[in-house]
Design a protein. Sequence first.
Lengths: 415, 415
Amino acid sequence: MSEVKKKAYLAKEASHKLASITTEQKNNALTAIADALVLNKESIIEANKIDLMNGKQNGLSKSLQDRLALSTDRIIAIADGLRQIVDLKDPIGKTIEEIRPINGLYIKKITVPIGLIGMIYEARPNVTVDAAGLCLKSGNAVILRGGTSALSSNIRIVEIMHDVLDKTDIPKDVIQLISNPDRSSVNEMLTLNGLVDVVIPRGGASLIQNVIQNATVPVIETGAGICHTYIDKEANLTMATNIALNAKIQRPSVCNAMETLLLHKQFAETHFPQLANLYREENVDLKGCAKAKQLAPWINDATEDDYNTEYNDYTLNIKIVEHIEEALIHIKTYGTHHSECIVTENSQNAELFLHAVDAAAVYHNASTRFTDGFEFGFGAEIGISTQKLHVRGPMGLEALTSTKYRIHGTGQTKK
Amino acid sequence: MSEVKKKAYLAKEASHKLASITTEQKNNALTAIADALVLNKESIIEANKIDLMNGKQNGLSKSLQDRLALSTDRIIAIADGLRQIVDLKDPIGKTIEEIRPINGLYIKKITVPIGLIGMIYEARPNVTVDAAGLCLKSGNAVILRGGTSALSSNIRIVEIMHDVLDKTDIPKDVIQLISNPDRSSVNEMLTLNGLVDVVIPRGGASLIQNVIQNATVPVIETGAGICHTYIDKEANLTMATNIALNAKIQRPSVCNAMETLLLHKQFAETHFPQLANLYREENVDLKGCAKAKQLAPWINDATEDDYNTEYNDYTLNIKIVEHIEEALIHIKTYGTHHSECIVTENSQNAELFLHAVDAAAVYHNASTRFTDGFEFGFGAEIGISTQKLHVRGPMGLEALTSTKYRIHGTGQTKK
């Protein structure tokens, strides 16, 4: 039996035992893991050094090296993340609905764990801990398949988690790490119907597309964000400027950062030249439509391809529109249903935008950068869903639950 | 462009227009469709006759011919189904959650349509109307791909629905029927990512497996039900007998009917011979484990394969177990997470069963036959989900919704 299948079996079996573990036991285990990670930080950093060395040899980009690198501070932050999960309410066993249909049955819809969750992600060792922590708290087993370039770090981290669980009533098999670096191990996981209940991919577009194209188990798609901000004719200038800058430059590498700024022509004619200068001061590379170039001739041309690109970088498309309807059509054409914003003082236009835009999060007068489990008050997140089934937008603990109907009868039979 | 792609584009485009249609407009259209179906019943029956004739020529089984056949009574029943959907509350635009995180934003989570739903089903023309009605009420466009043997009936039914919509503000393109009988049209639909938001397969195991294996768009799995009833040591004899008979023979062809009866050995020793006779009187073919055969030597042997079979027929496996734990293990091994029942007067055992069994619906002292949208009070159903994401169990209008976060700010930017 392959590593993936064997570990999936073990995890699934262990997930059944999780059902009878109390909230207190889960919280104690999470706290103990947080403590153990900090206590063993040197050995984690040692293991991480091996990954970093290999990464440099294999030409891993600077930004990926940065995501991969672990320091004492980062390990403390990861451990703090676990402690925050401890503070969250247990999402399992909650009664969502009580139904008393005319047949005399008493039906309770309650939350239950999903079962076995497959996480497929890149070279970010913090995801190993976050995902394991969120799955444990929500009563799920997890099978982790992180990027190969973080394998040494992940092995050490999972060893530490296993050592802690060994001293508890929670079977350590609820956390499994796939160590086979071959891509076949990913694809095998994607077809374990009946064992893996859902796969959550986190990472770049090619990773996510591979999962979508090859999975036969259910998938929660995450990630891609071509986010827009539309500045309406009746926008407050200061607010519009702040939001437009923040959405692009506060952290351009993330999925909720803005990629295209849509400007009503009247706003643009008065204010775009100045706004363009502000972007230039922040080293943002601007690409514009023909009208934008008339107002700031030094910027580059925006092509169809540019509007379809998630830069995740200091690059921004500018498009000047005749009216809100043109903005809505642009977003419908190029948006990825992630986060979209209108800045306006006109409440009718705000309502039109909030209603018409088909996205997980639609903003009126706030930066798209807020689409995030922490900012939404979920306390933690395992990713941001860009699909419409099960969960949409930031995924906290609740997203890791399913439901079950418990039906209490007094001998009812169907007529 | 292929028929499937063209119709999916038209439906998706039309779905955006549905967003501004009021509940009253949707209800008026549904009522008008119900009226028109009854008014045009002769022409539907004529079209259906062609399907039935072809079916007979192609050797369609008697039971499939029965499912395919339309009569005046059946058309009236189908129209009544639509009128029931009119009476249901509009599931769209409901505020599910209001969040006021510390960043000062005001976040509203509201229900929205999923978008474009693909229905893949067999030769049951009533599904054409049910699915179109449920999708319309929930603001979704639908692309219907029914069984080829019902094509003539479906074409006539959809014509009637289109004629009605033509006289309303609802674009008729929200209901699309695929007329290409080739299986390639199914498989094309399964890979229209970005156009089709979800596919719901309804039908036999091979239809559903084809969808799961080939879909890259999200799927809601429905259907397979190997359901068990476990009669505990401390069961009430009359209740146990009624439930055990009802779960098998009230309508054996459906997914919530029982396929295996698990009996505690003490109950079995006293009562199984008599229960076996009752099944024999109802022409149920019994297959039993070795112990069951000792108590009723005339029954057949039950094999491993039998325990894995969804008979949907007058056949039943009997297994005698030492204790409730053995029953739980049997259900974990052979169950399909659909509907499972315990009959007992022992509340501790009931609780253990309800907690431990991983299924959409777990019953205490009631027949598994109740797993159904109508019985649960949902008013209608588009299928029964046997997966754990998005929706589990009977799927009513709510299952056809997604959510959207509307975020109201006052100029907030991320720090």
